[in-house]
Design a protein around this ligand. Sequence first.
Ligand SMILES: NC(=O)c1ccc[n+]([C@@H]2O[C@H](COP(=O)([O-])OP(=O)(O)OC[C@H]3O[C@@H](n4cnc5c(N)ncnc54)[C@H](O)[C@@H]3O)[C@@H](O)[C@H]2O)c1
Ligand SMILES: O=c1ccn([C@@H]2O[C@H](COP(=O)(O)OP(=O)(O)O[C@H]3O[C@H](CO)[C@@H](O)[C@H](O)[C@H]3O)[C@@H](O)[C@H]2O)c(=O)[nH]1
Length: 492
Amino acid sequence: MQKDQTSNAPGSNHIQPFTPRINCICCIGAGYVGGPTCAVIALKCPEIQVLIVDKNQDRINAWNGETLPIYEPGLDEIVKHCRGRNLFFSTDIDAGIRDAQLIFISVNTPTKTYGIGKGRATDLQFVEAAARHIGQIATGKKIIVEKSTVPVKAAESIAKILYSNIDDNVSFEVLSNPEFLAEGTAINDLLQPDRVLIGGSQTDPGIEAINQLAWVYEHWVPPSKVLRTNVWSSELSKLASNAFLAQKVSSINAVSAICEATGADISDVAHSIGLDKRIGSKYLQASIGFGGSCFQKDVLSLTYICEALNLTEVADYWHQVVVMNNYQKKRFARKIIQCLFHTVSNKRIAIFGFTFKKDTADTRESSSIYVGKYLMDEEARLVVYDPKADKGQIISDLREVSSQDPQRVDRLVSVINDPYDAAKDAHAIVICTEWDEFKALDYEKIYNSMYKPAYIFDGRIILDHAALLRIGFHVEVVGKVMKKPVNDLTPF
Ligand SMILES: NC(=O)c1ccc[n+]([C@@H]2O[C@H](COP(=O)([O-])OP(=O)(O)OC[C@H]3O[C@@H](n4cnc5c(N)ncnc54)[C@H](O)[C@@H]3O)[C@@H](O)[C@H]2O)c1
Ligand SMILES: O=c1ccn([C@@H]2O[C@H](COP(=O)(O)OP(=O)(O)O[C@H]3O[C@H](CO)[C@@H](O)[C@H](O)[C@H]3O)[C@@H](O)[C@H]2O)c(=O)[nH]1
């Protein structure tokens, strides 16, 4: 059997078990994961002090202020309940490292944008910086928990970095504890996880560290749901889970293209497929393609790992998930252009929804950005409405994909905070995010304010299409071939 590298290098056999119980936890990285995860720990473990630290002063100020830096249903209440009692946000990273017995590393691990592996490999510079910081400051025994999503064997590198510069009074145990929360449902996912995964070295101190972290979760998670594995299995399980989920979305989106070409209906097909218990009904919602900061990044990371391991066919298999996703975004934009008589130049198009999914303000890798880009490439005038996304963020996301001509965004894009205003004088409405409020709008009123023929492109399959057809809209839906609107006598 291969030696378990995370059994923590020099002297690990001499480390005494981590007793007494943990009473102070630090989390490095106050982002979408660090914030909600540690707020829930603080809520459920009132006897534990939870210190969330970050190098970004603005973010910490926001966590300490009235408007939290991230929007997540249920999060406000928890933070306001625990903040100042056993939950603290600070930029004093040294103090956090010094005081805590257990330290989560929950920093960002984006796709590399430079050098070897550019566009695919995971950029581990923030993880390394956090590990070096811990190595410099820590004294005594510390459990270091890799919460960030990382390539397999990253924990081994973290252990080496930690041990590169320490004296005899310090010892570390590195665990992998990937996070499975989804944005928009993070609090519920954290309160009622399908499982909590803890990977650690199979040595006495490693098992003791696993037990300590398990003890924290077992304040509210049934022990049967707390899985213990070795570190590598834990790291790989995270990437593989996201790859499976993303693959499911790409599969249904591939089927949606077949539906549009044949007249089959994606809702019927997905329903029927999903009733098979072996497949399951979740992640079968055809869309304009998956977005978010995780799916693409993690599938690309997995493909890069496979390539590095000379598993070319395996890499190609997973890479196709991303290829299909890019195809879906482009296919949707092309459909819009084609339906609007092959030109959208100077036409006003209302984009409803810019976040990558509902119930979040996060726009990272949102498919709306790419649909917007393709329409801007054809000189469409975009009027964006989103209930939560920040206006400046929308503009900067669109500028980033228009890097050849950033002025184009100033010329073509406006962001409006009322959907009726956005649709006024528009040739088309494009539903990019499945916000519930879009279902409840007065589409008769919207129709009357639009250019005719008035088009709606439902990229999320959320609207009442029969009602829209009765009003007079031309309706186009992912994965469906729609009838002509009532009263429309023109041949298609
Ligand atoms: N967003 C999600 O829904 C989600 C879910 C599961 C797992 N993950 C994974 O969790 C990790 C964090 O994701 P996120 O969305 O919370 O990222 P994020 O960008 O929202 O937050 C990361 C934070 O880490 C801080 N940071 C970076 N380096 C630091 C350092 N050396 N010292 C102090 N602070 C530092 C940044 O300032 C930032 O505020 C990633 O690996 C991601 O893949 C994310
Ligand atoms: O049937 C579906 C399900 C999802 N999506 C899209 O897929 C993307 C991702 O959605 P979701 O998985 O709900 O959100 P994330 O917050 O990205 O969460 C994923 O990524 C996280 C980061 O790793 C993991 O922790 C979660 O388990 C995993 O679900 C979004 O654009 C969704 O609109 C679809 O198009 N159809």
